[in-house]
Design a protein around this ligand. Structure first.
Ligand code: PMP
Ligand code: PLP
Length: 478
């Protein structure tokens, strides 16, 4: 097939950490290969017998593909203990609920690889996927794979605090790179790397870029295709590994048209839907330098604790060696439910229908929030760019217009606004909480809002209240 004409990924031997280099293959897992010998009687592996799993049958009610809007039409999924032996399914309770390999179950992994091929079609030959227990864990395991104590990694100037908090106790520091409304700035990335020594940051030059390209947490920004190509070029120039953390990739929404314009109709086919998505780093990764993190958390359910990474076989193999002795892949109960839903019930096309449904739902929520902002939030103090993806809205506050500025410090004004908004009965997150290396006086001030789960009327009311709070703090009439 066509992928054989593609080049192989680069090798990353010069990038792996001591921790990763000193991992030995799991001796117990390795012995599993002898089970394939004909007539082998295993007195070896410590797998319990499925006879002693106190589950005989599972069922779940799920919506039918193509019937996500309006009155729900549901079907019941069934999984029996011995469906495989009885020829009823490729996956069953006795397999899913037993020990497996760190990759995750082969049946479900195949579906994930097909999905990745459909959406990203990585342009090199030896890419592969491995299941994760979510992107939080994948960040942790990825950092351990590449970084030593004392290293720096790079991220957006505001980023997902959990990534920073995972890195800190490993002795890994995070340097924020300037962004604009379109996300991380390629020129700033190149500048930081080119002049690393000049900044006199004590520590070796970073070679891992942790980025959230789509619907970034917390800024809600999305890098354009052109922006991504430019950043990829900088990554090649400085030989970076790109950790592409994309939990919001499929929360790309319809364009925002404003309160009075009519909405743009949804994509009319799966192909049109896929074409509407900003291409991923993975899809342009000719070198195999991207480790992409996908997660079902934001599109199916966070409690599933199922995601996957896509990277070169060499990187995936290192990840698997770690997974074999730590997470052992996602819970078999989760894998079985997800397999039943995604492979046996919806299939790839039904899943794309679901993603399209989610896209339209988030579009509506975002639009309600933005329309309320237009009505209630004082533009002379607060500005924003409509998010194209994700679940976050980022308010920029011109704190220099505060009556007590500059007597009152930036940090104190941020604190005052935060509590004033709470006083009016709305909670927003402080922008400074998302700064990996601490934000100084003189920088801009931000607050993060989310429209993911709040009922639509409450979104409007919440925005009305925060508008009031801003007027109060900044002593604006009307
Ligand atoms: N500790 C010991 C002593 C074990 O024998 C095993 C399983 N063989 C484990 C831990 C792994 O347990 P778990 O399946 O909860 O990861
Ligand atoms: N990465 C980012 C940027 C996130 O915002 C989140 C969730 O808040 C995660 C990862 C966590 O994903 P998971 O549930 O797959 O661990």
């Amino acid at each position: 097939t066509s992928h054989l004409h593609k080049a192989k990924a680069r090798r990353w031997d010069h990038r792996f950490s001591t921790e990763s280099n000193t991992r030995l293959p799991s001796s117990l897992k390795g012995a599993a290969r002898y089970l394939k010998n004909e007539g082998m009687i295993s007195l070896g592996g410590g797998l319990p017998s499925s006879r002693y799993f106190p589950f005989e049958q599972l069922s779940a009610r799920v919506p039918d593909a193509g019937h996500f809007d309006g009155p729900s039409r549901c079907s019941t999924l069934h999984a029996g203990k011995n469906d495989l032996a009885e020829g009823k399914s490729d996956f069953d309770i006795s397999t899913a609920f037993n020990y497996g390999q760190g990759y995750g179950a082969a049946q479900f992994l195949r579906w994930i690889i097909e999905h990745t091929e459909i959406v990203h079609s990585p342009p090199y030959q030896d890419w592969s996927c491995i299941m994760t227990i979510g992107s939080t864990s994948a960040i942790d395991m990825g950092l351990r794979m590449f970084c030593e104590r004392g290293d720096w990694i790079l991220s957006e100037e505001f980023t997902f605090p959990t990534a920073v908090e995972a890195a800190a106790p490993m002795g890994i520091r995070v340097a924020g790179v300037k962004m604009d409304e379109g996300g991380l700035l390629p020129s700033a990335l190149d500048e930081v790397l080119t002049n690393w020594d000049v900044y006199a940051r004590c520590g070796p030059k970073p070679f891992v870029l942790y980025t959230v390209p789509t619907g970034q947490n917390p800024t809600g920004s999305t890098q354009s295709a052109q922006r991504r190509r430019e950043i990829y070029a900088v990554a090649r120039k400085h030989d970076l590994i790109i950790m592409e953390d994309e939990p919001y990739y499929f929360l790309q929404m319809q364009p925002y048209t404003g309160p009075d314009a009519s909405p743009i109709p949804p994509p009319s086919s799966h192909q049109e839907f896929l074409d509407s998505l900003v291409p991923s780093y993975l899809s342009m990764d000719t070198d195999g330098r991207v480790m992409r993190l996908d997660s079902f958390s934001k599109v199916i359910a966070p409690g599933a604790r199922v995601g996957w990474i896509t990277a070169s076989e060499q990187i995936v193999d290192r990840y698997r060696q770690h997974a074999d002795v730590s997470t052992q892949g996602p819970s078999g109960m989760s894998q079985l439910l997800m397999y039943k839903l995604l492979e046996e019930q919806w299939g790839h096309t039904g899943y794309l229908d679901w993603l399209l449904h989610i896209r339209m739902e988030y579009t509506e929520r975002r639009d309600v929030l933005l329309d309320a902002c237009e009505s209630y939030v004082p533009r002379e103090i607060v500005s924003w760019v409509p998010p194209m993806a994700g679940m976050f809205h980022w308010f920029k506050v011109d704190y220099r217009k505060h009556p007590a500025y500059p007597r009152k410090s930036r940090a104190d004004i941020e604190e005052e606004i935060f509590h004033a908004i709470i006083g009016h009965g709305t909670l927003l997150m402080k922008g400074s909480w998302f700064s990996p290396d601490g934000q100084g006086e003189g920088d801009d001030m931000y607050f993060r809002a989310t429209y993911a789960a709040t009922p639509l009327e409450d979104i409007q009311e919440g925005v009305r209240r925060l508008g009031e709070a801003f007027r109060e703090v900044f002593a604006i009439d009307s």
